[in-house]
Each structure stands twice: as C-alpha cells, then as structure tokens.
Design a binder for this molecule. Structure first.
Ligand SMILES: Cc1cc2nc3c(=O)[nH]c(=O)nc-3n(C[C@H](O)[C@H](O)[C@H](O)COP(=O)(O)OP(=O)(O)OC[C@H]3O[C@@H](n4cnc5c(N)ncnc54)[C@H](O)[C@@H]3O)c2cc1C
Length: 370
C-alpha cells in the first residue's frame, strides 16, 4: 500500500483485517502535515448534486458504522448539513432521485435549521443525515486496526512502480514485490501516474481552513450543523463544520496557491485567515475570534470526480478533488475489494480511467461540458 492518508490507511487496515500481509509505505507517515489528511474534522455530507457521489455518500454510512463498531471509536457526529445557494435545483433533483432525506428551506427560515444564521435571499436545503467526520479519531482508529492485524508501516518514498511485476522501487535503494500494489498517493500521484502510463492531468492545490472558538468554551459549537454555501456576491463559496471540543471550522472554496512537490511551507496565509473571518462575521452565529488555521492539499481531477481503477497489478486511487475524507472508511473497503480482484460495481466502475478516453468531460460543480 503506497500512501498512508485517508484513503490508503483504511485500505491497508482493511486488507490486513482480511488476513493479507500488508506493508504500508509513506514518505512522511500517517496523515502527515504535507498530505491531504491532517486535522481533526471534515464535512460529511450526502447532499451532492452528482448522483454517484450521493450514492457513495449513502454507502459510506455503513462503512463508518462498521469502523466505529470494530474500533469502539466515535468516528462521526451526525449534526446535519444545511446547503444554501441561489439555485439548488440540481441538488434537489439528485436528492429526490437517490431518496436522500431532505427539507427544502425558504430563505427566511434558515435560522430554524442553523440557529443564528442570518438569512439572505437564497433558499437552502437541509439534510439531517451527515455532519462531521472526526477525521483524526477515524485515522487513529484505522491505525490501531492496522497494527493489531499485523500490518507493517515503512517510512520511505516510492520512486518507481512496475505495474506488470507488482513491484515498487524505494528512495533508500530497496525494492518490494507484492501480489498487488495499491497506490493512493494524494498529490504525489502527479509523479507516480506516468510510471503507470496513465495520462490524466491532476491539479493539486493548497487550501486553508480556519477555526473560530474560545478556549473557555470549547464545546460551544459541538452541535452546530455544517453549512455549505455557494458563491454570494463578492463572497466565495465555503464549507464549514463543528470541531467538537475546539470550535467551528470554515474553509473558503478558493485555493491559497497551487501545490508543487518542493513547496513544503504550510504556514497559514494571514490574508486568507482575514477573508475567512469576514465570511464568519456575515453568518451571524459565530461569536468567537480566530483560534487557529491550517493549510493542506487536495488534488482536483479534470472532472472533479475520483480516479479509481486497476492497472496491471496496481490499484490506483487519486484525484480526491477535495471531497475524499467522507468516503475514507468506504474507500478502504472498495480498494481492498479491487485489490482482491473483485469486479467494481457500477458506481466504482464509473470512476475508472475509461471515462477519459475521448469522452466529453462534465465539470461536477457547474454541470458544464469541459
Ligand atoms: C483544507 C481541506 C479541507 C477539506 N475538506 C473536506 C471535507 O470537508 N470533506 C471531505 O470529505 N474531504 C475534505 N477534504 C479532502 C480530504 O481531506 C482528502 O480528499 C483526503 O484527505 C485525501 O486522502 P488521500 O489518502 O487520497 O491523500 P493524502 O492524504 O494526500 O495521502 C497520500 C499519502 O501518500 C504519500 N505519498 C505520496 N507520494 C508518495 C510516494 N511517492 N512514496 C511514498 N509515499 C507517498 C503522502 O506522504 C501522503 O501521506 C479537504 C481537504 C483539505 C485540504
């Protein structure tokens, strides 16, 4: 298993639990600060206008519950998600078709679902299922399961992959051979895809999230729902969630800068922190100042959907497009199935490389042809 992030570690744990001998290789370690997976929380929503992500979101409920039961750890909080945008028609169509419980909310009524939220002229959609993934807790739980099942973690960098032989070459000069190599390298895919003869342009970027809160009242926001907002006037879209025991977290949906392999500076941008504080003040329900900020990476695929496929003896998972943590536990099961040569179901199959073969691509967010 190459990559110990939110997709790789659960896969390694799942394979080890199924009785396989698993070596997990990561150049910086589990959920490291240069990966896409550090930090305490992520939004967990089933409300997605893209049907396949909506369906996978529903499937992730079972996977998270299995993780919670197996590890005895709370791995998510169901506080609900409010989605506010000018035109929620596409989202509503998907929610109806996929039978996701939801409530259409009139613009003036948003405060009923998210107390204190200042109304504007936009309607909203409330989905009670969903909330926040307790990301760090879920990674710790997966790590424990992995270790207890006999998995081995190696800190090294993969600098070569032979998909036909099922082997990897390591920076320290070693080579490892396996029945199957699962590769979930986050932004590291940019360097690894050419080794698999895969030509899919990925765009990793650095994004920032900001916590608001007070050390005197760390539980003030524990039960506050998540909020998703589309762009509004000069305000960019954003996502936000409670981090239980800490505060309320907001991320603007705008990259701080592009990701490059040599850029290891993760110092938060003061300008971005200020912009986020301006958005927080507009919402009305956040009464606390900035507590902390963090930068991490995500990796956009050309159509904003994940790239999951098998190439020879390699199972590949990349292009998380900033939406991958909510599927972390499920991804472990999906990738382990693929590693065991299971046939992908229709949803997983639709995320394969074949979609890039001369077919028109549609942007997930806008629905426009790319
Ligand atoms: C600010 C921010 C907010 C987000 N918000 C949400 C949200 O609200 N909801 C949600 O669902 N998702 C969210 N995400 C996305 C989510 O965090 C990612 O989709 C997820 O963490 C991706 O995990 P990964 O395992 O694919 O990648 P990564 O976490 O990047 O893991 C890849 C690992 O591979 C290792 N690696 C790479 N190349 C090599 C190599 N050659 N050799 C050895 N090791 C290598 C790296 O060191 C890394 O540890 C957010 C992301 C960010 C940055």
């Amino acid at each position: 298993m190459v990559g110990a992030g939110a997709w790789g570690l659960p896969t390694a744990a799942q394979l080890a639990l199924r009785g396989h001998e698993v070596t997990l290789v990561d150049r910086y370690g589990v959920a490291n600060l240069l990966s896409s997976s550090p930090g305490p929380t992520r939004v967990w929503r089933h409300a997605d206008a893209t049907p396949v992500l909506c369906r996978l979101g529903l499937r992730s409920v079972g996977a998270m519950d299995r993780l919670a039961a197996r590890s005895g750890t709370e791995v998510y909080r169901k506080v609900g998600v409010l989605w506010r945008d000018h035109d929620p028609t596409r989202l509503l169509t998907t929610l109806r078709e996929e039978e996701v419980e939801h409530v259409e909310v009139e613009a003036a009524d948003v405060g009923r679902w998210l107390p204190g939220l200042v109304p504007d002229e936009r309607p909203a959609v409330w989905t009670p299922l969903g909330g926040c993934v307790l990301a760090a807790a879920s990674m710790a739980a997966q790590g424990r399961l992995f270790r207890e099942a006999g998995g081995r973690l190696v800190r090294d960098e993969v600098i070569g992959i032979d998909a036909a032989a099922g082997s990897v070459e390591l920076r320290d000069g070693g080579r490892m051979a396996a029945d199957v190599v699962v590769v979930a390298p986050g932004p590291g895919a940019v360097a690894l895809l050419p080794m698999l003869d895969v030509d899919v342009p990925l765009t990793p970027q650095l994004e920032q999230v900001v916590h608001f809160g007070s050390p005197d009242a760390p539980h003030r926001y524990d039960d506050v729902p998540c909020l998703f907002e589309g762009a509004y006037g000069a305000s960019p879209g954003f996502y936000s969630m409670p981090t239980p025991g800490r505060g309320y977290k907001i991320g603007l949906d705008v990259a701080v800068r592009g990701w490059t392999p040599d850029d290891v500076d993760r110092t938060p941008s003061d300008e971005r922190t200020h912009e986020t504080a301006v958005e927080a003040a507009r919402l009305g329900f956040i009464s606390d100042p900035v507590l902390d900020a963090q930068i991490c990476s995500w990796t956009d695929s050309p159509d904003g959907l994940f790239v999951i496929d098998r190439v020879g003896r390699v199972v590949l998972a990349c292009g998380d497009s900033g939406a991958g943590f909510k599927f972390s536990a499920l991804m472990g099961e999906i990738l382990a199935d693929l590693a065991e040569e299971g046939e992908p179901d229709a949803d997983v199959g639709s995320l394969g490389l074949a979609r890039f073969d001369g077919r028109p691509l549609v942007d997930r967010r806008s629905g426009h042809l790319l």
